[in-house]
Each structure stands twice: as C-alpha cells, then as structure tokens.
Design a protein around this ligand. Structure first.
Ligand SMILES: NC(=O)c1ccc[n+]([C@@H]2O[C@H](COP(=O)([O-])OP(=O)(O)OC[C@H]3O[C@@H](n4cnc5c(N)ncnc54)[C@H](OP(=O)(O)O)[C@@H]3O)[C@@H](O)[C@H]2O)c1
Length: 316
C-alpha cells in the first residue's frame, strides 16, 4: 500500500503571526485539523461554518490545546448565495487582509436535492458556493499577495465508485438525467479541480496561487450520506485503517503543504494529491503536484466554459 505523504516539519513550524486564513467547514474533519494547525502556527483563523454552535465547539477545543489561538467563528452556508454574500460583508468589515482561503467544506453522496438557489446540492455546495466566495474575496487576496487559494477536490474527480468525473453542461443540475449521487459528487469534485486550474491561469503574475487538493481517504463525517459515521469510526475502523484510511491530521497534510510550502508558487493551477484511488496505478501513491489520470481534468475549453457558466449561475 502506498505511504502517507507528510508536509515537512519546518513548514509546519513556520510562524504565521499576522497572517489571516479562512477555512470553510473548519468545524469538522480535515477543515478542523487544518484550522487547528494554522492557529498553532500563530495565524488568525476564521472558521466559516453553517452551524455556529459546531464552530464554537471547535473553537473551544482549539483554545483548550492552545489558549493563545486567534480563532473567529463566522456563519457561512455554501448552499445559499445570500449567506455567502453576507459572510463576505462581515469578514471584510473586520479584516482588510487575507493570506489564504481554504475552500474545504463539502458534502458527498447526498440524496437528490437542491440548494436554496435551485442548484443540485453537491455541485451547488462544493463548487458554486465556493466559486462565489472566492470571486468575492479575490480583490482582498490580490491586495494581500503573496496569498493562496486551496480548493479541496478528491481523487473521486477521476472516478467515484466507477463513475468518471465529467461536467455535463447540458444537464449540470441533474434535471434531465437520472440522479446518481456518485456521478454528482464526481462532477462537483472535477469542477473544484478545473476551477483551480483556470484560476491558476487567470492569476498569473498576481501573486495569488490557486491549487486543488486530494486529502486522502480520511476518517471524517463526510461518509454520512453513505453509511452511519459510527460504523466507520467504531465497527469498521481497524479494517478501514488497514485498507488505507487515514486520520484527519494526516488528511490536513496536503492542504497545509499547498497553503504554506514556498515551492507551490511554481505550480499555479496544479493538483496536489495524497495517496488515493485512481484509474492509473502510478497515480495511487499521490504526488505534490500530481498529473490527474482523468483526461477531462486537462480540457482547457471545459475549464473556461465552467468558469463562465459558474459566473452566470452565481449572479456575477
Ligand atoms: N474524508 C475524505 O476521505 C475525503 C476524500 C476526498 C476529499 N475530501 C474532501 O475534503 C473536504 C472536507 O471534508 P471532510 O472529509 O473533512 O468531511 P466533514 O467532516 O463532513 O467536513 C465537511 C465540512 O463541510 C461543511 N459543510 C457541508 N455543507 C456545507 C454548507 N452548505 N455550508 C457550509 N459548510 C458546509 C460541514 O459542516 P457540518 O459540520 O455542519 O456538516 C463540515 O464542516 C470536502 O470538500 C471533501 O469533499 C474528503
């Protein structure tokens, strides 16, 4: 089985005093581990979450570990464009700098449903919500350069339980074809990768670096649409661990590397992957960066069209 990739310790020990980061979904799983580590390194961390009470619980936990941590909890529901605009207004009223935006929040294998604005839930939350958030924060990221945008994709952008990741522009919201939860997840995660790729191009020479990430197969709450979390965390834990599942702090390694390693600036738009499940055997050990084995991940025309359509859908 391939080895877990770890961010070099000197990068994880760099002081981040005076730097500000937003982590969406930072109350749980990989986002929590990311926020906790950034706070440990001295950064100001804004945890953007849809359930304030869960955010406050995360803040209490982080402060217990590190009483001098600088953590703010702000409300953000990525399945509601109005909430995203409100979040940005509240953030910008308090901060004039942003050194890193971690688009981490996500849902997987949800039953067929729609966001508040009528988008298919996985595409709407995982991609469109983060698209609007990023575009609204871009001026601040540019002013604060050098800065980074890290977008959580997944190895399932390649194939999710056998469904190849592709963007269906004729039916992006699954209104004409039969809904399939894995197909929708794969589409949303390919959109995450393509958006980072296109941003990398758009942001050339701006001092802002955008990349996408596969964090590994990580023991988090993401599984909840597929099986009860307790089955993963208790009953199946030893077996899943043997099969390659990693813990959230390990899952945060690729995000932290992408956010903090100086080398990443040379790879604007690239995809950074922990070990993962890919159609090509050589890709399974991951890579920082990794060439995706999915040909749809390299189609510049699709990336450009996705950018345009996303802009229209979110009302920009
Ligand atoms: N775990 C894995 O094996 C794995 C593999 C590949 C990629 N990923 C990606 O990693 C990212 C983090 O997931 P995770 O594994 O850490 O799962 P997780 O523990 O379920 O965390 C997901 C976070 O996203 C938040 N979220 C969901 N919908 C939201 C919305 N509408 N608005 C705002 N926040 C919302 C959740 O909030 P609540 O707590 O309120 O639900 C939670 O904080 C996701 O993008 C996922 O696709 C994970």
């Amino acid at each position: 089985m391939p080895k877990t990739l770890f961010c070099p310790s000197h990068i994880l020990e760099t002081h981040l005093f005076g730097k500000t980061y937003i982590v969406t979904g930072g109350n749980s799983g990989i986002g929590y581990a990311t926020a906790e580590h950034l706070a440990k390194q001295g950064a100001n961390v804004v945890i953007a979450c849809r359930r304030i009470a869960e955010g406050e619980k995360a803040k209490t936990l982080i402060l217990k570990l590190n009483p001098s941590a600088k953590i703010e909890i702000m409300k953000l529901d990525l399945a509601d464009l109005k909430s995203i605009r409100n979040f940005v207004n509240v953030f910008l009223a308090k901060h004039n700098e942003l050194h890193g935006l971690v688009n981490n929040a996500g849902v997987m294998y949800t039953p067929q449903s729609k966001t508040k604005d009528g988008f298919e839930t996985q595409f709407g939350t995982n991609h469109l919500g983060h698209y609007l958030l990023t575009e609204l924060l871009l001026p601040t990221l540019k002013q604060s350069a050098p800065s980074r945008i890290v977008i959580l994709s997944s190895c399932f952008h390649d194939k999710a339980q056998g469904r190849e990741g592709k963007i269906d522009f004729e039916d992006i919201n699954f209104e004409k074809r039969k809904y399939d939860g894995w197909e929708a997840y794969a589409q949303s995660k390919l959109a995450n990768l393509l958006y980072a790729k296109h941003l990398g191009k758009r942001l050339t020479a701006s001092g802002v670096t955008a990349v996408s990430v596969h964090p590994g197969w990580v023991r988090t709450n993401l599984i909840r649409g597929f099986m009860p979390v307790w089955i993963q965390n208790i009953m199946l834990k030893p077996i899943l661990k043997l099969a390659g599942m990693i813990e959230p702090w390990e899952g945060a390694q690729t995000t932290l590397y992408s956010l903090l390693a100086p080398d990443v600036e040379k790879h604007n738009g690239a995809y950074f992957s922990q070990k993962g499940i890919y159609r090509a055997k050589e890709a399974t050990k991951g890579g920082w960066p990794l060439h995706s084995p999915n040909p749809n991940a390299h189609d510049e025309v699709v990336a450009e069209r996705l950018d345009q359509i996303s802009r229209t859908l979110v009302g920009l």
